[in-house]
Design a protein around this ligand. Sequence first.
Ligand code: HEM
Length: 166
Amino acid sequence: MGFDRFLHWLSDTPFSVTMRESIWAEPIVETVHVLTLTVFLGFVLLLDLRLLDVAMRRWRVSQVFGQLNVGMFAGFAVMLVTGLLLFSGDPVTFFSTIFFKLKMIMLALAGVNVFLFNMTLGRRMAEWDQAPRTPVAVKAVALVSLVLWVLIVSAGRAIAYDLPPP
Ligand code: HEM
């Protein structure tokens, strides 16, 4: 089954029809999506600012990670699920917008950024965790992360302006 056919199949499922036609489903799911954004992005911001040596410098990076990781991953999980629910409400239309595609590409890039950090600099955290300043490469990862998340949120907001009139 091609991706286009998959989107049309999804669009015809009872779940998708309910998401589209119910007065409450979409506003509730979208509200949860946006509220969780504040939690998730708040935690990401704190972590990135620590990596940039801007905030919470009295704590080691590993301590900050240890405290914020759970909230960040929980927030991400809810964002992912609510995002998928919103998408399944009108998959063909959402996928036709450039901002949805850009958002998905940047989400993938943010994932690659985290993966590469965990595979390289993150593995050697004990080597730089006690130093007065974080390495430049670590700061670069944090900066890339911040820029990507700002662009992801902007693209998410822009989807609504790219949808065809009802
Ligand atoms: C985890 C990171 C994510 C962030 C930071 C994010 C951010 C946002 C933002 C800011 C909005 C705009 C809300 C508004 O206009 O009131 C939005 C809407 C939306 N998001 Fe996400 N999102 C994320 C994940 C996802 C995922 C994984 C999907 C689907 C695969 C998704 C699908 C959607 C859809 C379909 C909308 C609705 C657009 C509309 O009706 O205007 N999101 N998102």
